[in-house]
Design a protein around this ligand. Structure first.
Ligand code: PGA
Length: 253
């Protein structure tokens, strides 16, 4: 088996740098096998993880077991079990070894009408099953242009923070400005840091300021280092670039 020698760097505040791939609805068994095999032997600065479509969780678990790479899902039900056709519960994710689940990705908020409260409920359901929720927040371009970016993020976070410090201390937050997702238009490090600092302040307000805050939105090998140089950017949530092993590994290098 491949021996893994990862040596994750700690960033400001003693937080470990974390880079999570969000495959979205991409992949097939053959392409996934090649991608997962390429991630296994990496020696990286950051901890890395992949959030794959539900049908490929078993494949990811098999391909990554015994490696330093962890895996997770992209959504979860608020219910643990029952008559909820088409839903997947947090205990099911746990069965497949998921360490992570994305909740509140902007594509779920906009295409599936997920409310701020529902997102918080999903985070709570994940925690109850021992799966770490990665709570995604972010403003639209219109909201940014109206000077509302921080206010929107504070509104999105409010029901999450209401879960209390003990819960929130077990979460990860991902700031993903909607206008930067899949557009090739990244927030500048300074723009991202400004929002990350506001998120950190909100977390500090309930005594949960030590958790990781990731940036997402067109992160690539070429722009990762400048984003990571910011004091409150602890890693990245990576969409498109996570489908290309070399590019993903460059981000986490
Ligand atoms: P992107 O996606 O890296 O392709 O912009 C990020 C995300 O949606 O998580």
């Amino acid at each position: 088996m491949n021996a893994i020698a990862t040596n994750p760097t700690t960033v400001t505040g003693g937080r470990t740098r974390l880079v999570i791939g969000n495959w979205k609805m991409h992949g097939n068994l053959a392409d996934n096998a090649a991608l997962l095999a390429a991630l296994r032997p990496a020696t990286l600065t950051a901890r890395i993880a992949v959030c794959v479509p539900f049908p490929y969780l078993a494949q990811a678990a098999e391909a990554l077991k015994g490696s330093a790479v962890t895996w997770g899902a992209q959504d979860v039900s608020v219910h643990a079990q029952g008559a909820y056709t088409g839903e997947v519960s947090a205990p099911m994710l746990k069965d497949f070894g998921c360490a992570w689940v994305l909740v509140g990705h902007s594509e779920r908020r906009s295409m599936h009408a997920e409310s701020d409260q529902l997102v918080a409920d999903k985070a709570k359901a994940a925690l109850a099953a021992g799966v770490t929720p990665v709570v995604c927040v972010g403003e639209s371009l219109a909201e940014r242009d109206a000077g509302q970016a921080v206010a929107v993020i504070q509104r999105q976070l409010a029901p999450v923070l209401a879960l209390g410090a003990q819960a929130v201390c077990q979460m990860v937050i991902a700031y993903e400005p909607v206008w930067a997702i899949g557009t090739g238009r990244t927030a500048s490090p300074e723009q991202a840091q400004e929002v990350h600092a506001a998120i950190r302040a909100a977390l500090d307000g309930i005594g949960a300021g030590g958790i990781q805050i990731l940036y997402g939105g067109s992160v690539k090998g070429a722009n990762a280092a400048s984003l990571f140089s910011m004091p409150d950017i602890d890693g990245a949530l990576v969409g498109g670039a996570s489908l290309v092993a070399d590019e993903f590994l460059r981000i986490a290098a």
